[in-house]
Structures are given as structure tokens and as C-alpha cells.
Design a protein around this ligand. Structure first.
Ligand code: SF4
Length: 408
């Protein structure tokens, strides 16, 4: 049963243009939440009470009839022009392999240095989302370790812990799916914030004090993601950790941790409006401040299985004292887009052996059989990654639609 929305949560991001819709049903086949109504041949409509805001219908509509209606490009340009505002871009890994397409470059080309050069030329300060993803990995991996200690090894562990299996929580469309359709299983979601949830407070607390040395109110945090659902996530009422922190120190301003989100398509439009072409911009070294540093583990968040692998490697190292070798996933017969693996673990303190069973799912609908196992009390898994978009964020709803590039 869909939940009631909180007043300030941004929904209705994705809309169908009735003048362009041919009623071909393609959008319905890509929607993970059965949120699109309309008979074949008739104009279709999105049911906002059911929609995850993932934009899969948008990137797959053959008639370009579906729009992302949240356009903050001009607002960000105004902030960039304001000398009293420090505009911090936090950029996700999947953006750098897709942005070039919007400029007519070869699809899938990695253009990290050109992208940073373009962002710096536009006036952004950089905080790489990979840095925040490292924080997510540490939190999520530590949470998993505590659950293994409590539920598998029967050790006493302090603090409240959700049950196993633990689900990843960094995909906002998946989190929304769980909240709307399986609210009774929400405790299985990791309590770790997504990289976007981590990035805003780090930029507005540590970044304000130590890196850019400005008042937190002067920082305007722009998430740059391959994802339309990140626009909803940034607007969630619980993501005000930086303002809450600064209020305890006498500040009065109220603001979101991430002020606005640009998709990859939005960033391309912004750069084009500023006459910046990633094809001939001076490439820039990204690691020019501590918040642009990262281990590289977060980079694999962009593809399906990446979040799971990064967090699992952390947990494995802490429990065994050794690096985890290559993971060998097997597709599950009869289950679409579900892969599983078994990871033997020999505890470093006493040599005890346990086996962790993990699963990776992409395409939110495909998780239903695994949720049914949990509800029936017979799930064999300890850790499950779910990413809404097919193949993960690289195929997100905010990625380029036309591989030949849009016009200037
Ligand atoms: Fe967004 Fe990635 Fe989830 Fe798709 S898989 S909804 S792009 S976070």
C-alpha cells in the first residue's frame, strides 16, 4: 500500500507529455513499480503515488514524451555568479563515463579530467562522491560486521541493529520501493546513508570549516548524479544533518544537506549554457583538496554489484585480516537478474569458519522473490545489494538519451 508523502518531499519529478505520448506501452515495460496507467494507444499517465522517480520510463520512451520536470540549471548558474556563495559539486562515478556523449563523444568514454576541468571553469569547487562513497562503505561494512557478530557468531554487540539479511540503501529508488511496497521490511535496509546523504554534511561541516573556510550558509551543495531519483532523495526531510549540527553552535539557517541535484543531462545543459565544451576544455587534476581524495572502492558503486563488493571487502578484511580474492557470482536459475555468491570466512581471532551468502539484484522488480523468502522466514542470505536501474547507475534515468549528443 503506497505510503503518504511527507509535505516537503519532492515527488512528481517525472511527467508524461500528453501531446507527445503515442500510448505505445514501452514505458510500462520499463517501470519497476507498475506506476503508469493508460490503455494501449491512449495517452498514458504516471501515478505519482506509486512512482519511484527513477526515470527508466523517460530514458526508454521512443517518442521523447517523458520529461524530468525539475530544472535547476539556471538556479545553479545564478549561484555560480554569486561571489558570496561557494558552489560545491559532488559528482558521482557514473557521470564521468556518460557526460561526453552529450557532447558527441564516443559513448562510455571516461572523461574524468575533462569533466573536472569543465566544472572548475564553470566555478564549481569539487568534492568527489567517491570520497563520500568510501564513508558509506565504512559505515555499511561495519554495520554488516556487527550483525554477523550478533546473529551468526552469537556474540554480544552493543547498540540497536536491524535484522539480517542486510540490504544496501544507496539507491533511492530501491529505498522508496521498500518504503512504498514493503514497509514492514524496512529494518533490513542498511542504516548507512547513501554517498549523497554523506556528501552534503561533510561539505557543509568539514568542508566549510577546514577546506573552503566559509560560513556553512555560504555553501551551495550541488549533487551531480546519473539519477532522477537522487532529486527526491536530496529533498527528504531527514537530510538536514549539517543545519542541525550548526544550530547547536548558534546558527539559525535551515537548509538541505544537498541543495539541488543535476543529472548528467542537466550538467551538460549547464555547461553548454556557459559555453564550456568538455572536448576542448583544459583537463584538471581532480585531487586538489582532501574531499576530492578517495580509495577507488566507491568508483564501482556505479555498476551493479559494486556497493556489495566494496562493503564486503571491508567486512572481510576486518574479520579475517586478509584481502578478499575475486568474487564468483552465479546467476540464480529461474530468477531474473539475481546473482549469488558464497564467501568462506575464517575468523582471525580463533580460526572459526563461517560462510556468508550474498546476492546482487538489479531491476527492483526482480527482488520480489528474495523479499518473499524474508517474509516467510527462510532467506538464506546475509547481505543483498539492490540497484533499481538495469546494470546499475550507469544506466540511470538521468543519463544521456541521445548517444549522438544534444544540440547547443
Ligand atoms: Fe539512481 Fe543508480 Fe538507483 Fe538507478 S540504480 S535509481 S541511477 S541510484
Amino acid at each position: 500500500m503506497p505510503k503518504t508523502y511527507q509535505a516537503n518531499e519532492l515527488t512528481g519529478i517525472i511527467k508524461i507529455d500528453a501531446d507527445k505520448c503515442k500510448g505505445c506501452d514501452t514505458c510500462k515495460s520499463f517501470c519497476p513499480a507498475d506506476a503508469i496507467n493508460g490503455a494501449y494507444g491512449a495517452t498514458h499517465e504516471i501515478d505519482n503515488e506509486r512512482c519511484l522517480q527513477c526515470g527508466q520510463c523517460l530514458v526508454n520512451c521512443p517518442f521523447g514524451a517523458i520529461e524530468d520536470t525539475v530544472d535547476v540549471v539556471d538556479q545553479v548558474i545564478e549561484k555560480l555568479k554569486d561571489s558570496n556563495t561557494t558552489v560545491v559539486a559532488t559528482v558521482a562515478p557514473a557521470v564521468r563515463v556518460a557526460l561526453g556523449e552529450e557532447f558527441g563523444m564516443e559513448p562510455g568514454k571516461l572523461i574524468t579530467e575533462q569533466m573536472y576541468g569543465a566544472l572548475k571553469k564553470a566555478g564549481f569547487k569539487i568534492m568527489d562522491v567517491n570520497f563520500a562513497a568510501d564513508n558509506t562503505i565504512l559505515e555499511e561494512g561495519t554495520e554488516l560486521i556487527h550483525k554477523i557478530q550478533k546473529y551468526v557468531l552469537n556474540q554480544s554487540v552493543e547498540g540497536e541493529l536491524g535484522p539480517l539479511p542486510q540490504f544496501t540503501s544507496c539507491c533511492p529508488a530501491w529505498v522508496r520501493y521498500m518504503e512504498l511496497y514493503h514497509p514492514n521490511l524496512r529494518q533490513h535496509l542498511s542504516s548507512a546513508k547513501s554517498p549523497q546523504g554523506m556528501a552534503g554534511p561533510v561539505a557543509k561541516i568539514y568542508g566549510a570549516e577546514e577546506v573552503w573556510k566559509v560560513q556553512p550558509e555560504q555553501i551551495f551543495c550541488v549533487g551531480v548524479y546519473p539519477c532522477t531519483a537522487k532529486k527526491l532523495e536530496a529533498s527528504r526531510p531527514e537530510f538536514t544533518a549539517a543545519a542541525d549540527y550548526w544550530k547547536k553552535k548558534g546558527h539559525t539557517a535551515t537548509y538541505q544537506d544537498t541543495d539541488v541535484v543535476l543529472t548528467t543531462r542537466d550538467l551538460a545543459r549547464l555547461l553548454k549554457k556557459l559555453n564550456i565544451d568538455v572536448r576542448n576544455v583544459e583537463p584538471a587534476e581532480e585531487k586538489d583538496n582532501p574531499l576530492a581524495e578517495y580509495t577507488g572502492a566507491g568508483t564501482i558503486f556505479g555498476a551493479t554489484g559494486g556497493v556489495m563488493e566494496a562493503a564486503l571487502r571491508t567486512a572481510y578484511f576486518v574479520l579475517t585480516g586478509e584481502e578478499l580474492g575475486e568474487l564468483h557470482f552465479e546467476p540464480v536459475r529461474g530468477l531474473k537478474e539475481v546473482k549469488t555468491a558464497e564467501v568462506p570466512i575464517k575468523l582471525k581471532e580463533n580460526g572459526q569458519e563461517i560462510t556468508l551468502k550474498i546476492a546482487v539484484v538489479h531491476g527492483t522488480k526482480n527482488v520480489e522473490p528474495l523479499l518473499a523468502e524474508i517474509e516467510a522466514g527462510n532467506s538464506p542470505y546475509h547481505f543483498i545489494e539492490v540497484m533499481n536501474c538495469p546494470g546499475g547507475c550507469v544506466n540511470g534515468g538521468g543519463q544521456p538519451i541521445n548517444p549522438m549528443g544534444t544540440s547547443w
